[in-house]
Design a protein around this ligand. Structure first.
Ligand code: FO1
Length: 338
């Protein structure tokens, strides 16, 4: 296998990609060539404009993580960060004070915003930013593509007694950062998704891949959003590549993030089998050929198989790069039959 394409959200996807790249570099992935090219199609539905800047959290989380510029504790933003601009904005009383842009991180958003305002599409801006973070380490063996150049923003409806409808709609960042995803998400809406077009290279990366991987990212607001860009789901369904996913749910809980809240909002059972069958087998209108669940969910394998999907169990905790590379190897094994 020479071409691997990964549909990624932020932290979970970035961690998985670290292990995948480590697995390729150390020859631990069955059948994968050491000079294989990895294309990452990243969710950019949790983007937003704040303080006049375009912020793309998932793109940046992947870029900084793989470029070794991420803050390892927070899992977002820059390492060795300082917060003077945030403090100054707060001193002016400028909202939102609950969303923090670090001083180093702001440079990325300034470059991005200037380039966008000069007329460059997000995909070209991302390529330019990656020339600093990824090209020196990976050359042309790693590409980071936004799912779309168009504006897509995820919004979440939460309960609000004061509103005539009983609901209030907030930007995804407000749900996640200010509300800490502590309230039930009643509905999730990806504004702009229906008319978005795949960014340049996205459909080709899926169509020309040997394997397409759905990492343990959020199945609704990360992978679900990418698949929702018109043309992407069809491309995954039509590709000659094998398509395999890894469960973000272990023991009926999400490992990180807010998959439980998001799955509940769309009525999908919060379990490894529930998510696998939600994606569904390509033989029956879905997007997967195989689904890897955690060893603790081994009892759910038969149910997934009954749903028409090849399934296996393996340890799915991304405790270090070796463990994550082993997960990637097990996922590839499942769909390539090595
Ligand atoms: N997460 C937080 O919990 N608090 C923040 O203030 C915050 C700021 C922020 C700025 C830039 C960026 O790229 C990410 C940021 N995040 C922050 C993370 C982000 O909200 C989420 O983790 C993702 O959108 C979910 O994938």
């Amino acid at each position: 296998m020479k071409k691997l394409t990964v549909l990624s959200g932020g932290m979970g996807g970035a961690k998985f990609l670290q292990g995948l790249l480590h697995g390729i570099a150390t020859g631990r992935l069955p059948g994968v060539s050491p000079d294989a090219q990895v294309s990452v199609i990243a969710n950019n539905g949790d983007d937003w404009w704040v303080h006049g800047l375009k912020v793309c959290p998932d793109l940046d989380t992947v870029m900084y993580t793989l470029g070794e510029g991420i803050d390892p504790v927070r899992g977002w933003g820059r390492r060795e960060e300082t917060w003077s601009a945030k403090e100054e904005l707060a001193a002016y009383g400028v909202e939102p004070t609950w969303f923090g842009l670090g001083d180093r991180d702001i440079a990325t958003h300034l470059v991005r915003t200037q380039m966008l305002e000069a007329g460059y599409p997000l995909s070209a801006v991302t390529e330019a930013l990656c020339r600093r973070w990824l090209a020196p380490r990976y050359g042309d063996r790693l590409r980071l593509l936004p799912m779309t150049d168009d504006r897509v923003e995820t919004h979440v409806a939460v309960d609000d007694e004061a509103s005539p409808s009983g609901l209030r709609v907030v930007h995804f960042q407000e749900y996640w950062v200010r509300l800490r995803a502590a309230q039930p998400a009643r509905t999730v809406a990806m504004v702009g998704l229906e008319s978005a077009r795949p960014a340049p290279g996205v459909l080709e990366a899926i169509g020309e891949a040997d394997v397409v991987i759905l990492p343990p990212s959020n199945p609704v607001v990360s992978v679900g959003t990418i698949l929702g860009v018109p043309g992407v789901r069809d491309a995954v369904r039509a590709t000659d590549a094998r398509v395999v996913g890894l469960s973000p749910i272990v023991g009926d809980r999400h490992v990180r993030g807010m998959a439980e809240q998001m799955l509940t909002s769309i009525g999908v059972e919060v379990s490894a089998a529930g998510v696998g069958l939600h994606y569904g087998p390509r033989t029956a209108g879905g997007v997967l050929d195989g689904w890897l669940v955690d060893e603790r969910d081994r009892a759910q394998v038969a149910r997934v198989e009954e749903g028409g999907l090849a399934c296996a169990a393996a340890p799915l905790m991304m405790t270090d790069h070796d463990a994550t590379a082993a997960m990637a190897a097990a996922a590839l094994d499942l769909v390539t039959g090595r």
